[in-house]
Design a protein around this ligand. Sequence first.
Ligand SMILES: [Zn+2]
Length: 105
Amino acid sequence: MSFKIIHLNNAHDMVSCPYCEHIVLDWSQEQYIQPCEHTAFIALDLGFEFVSDIFEDKMKYSVDEIHDQSLNVFEAICSSKIPVTIYDMPLGVENYKRYIGFYND
Ligand SMILES: [Zn+2]
């Protein structure tokens, strides 16, 4: 695994892409999930909010399988061979987290 993890402390931080600076988690928008071309996935412990086709292809399980079988989302992310930088942040619900993955250049 070649993952770098960056921890954010606030559930409502704005998150922007480290490459193009597009705000991918934008709380001022009703549709706050705004992936850019560098975004591999946006996921919660509860399931995926967004996943790119390329990243999903390289995971051991498809998103449907993960959701249907209630598989561990973070483990599924780690099963991918694609190197990513993951921002993790609290979801603000119990101990759940949100994970935002950007492709490493
Ligand atoms: Zn970007």
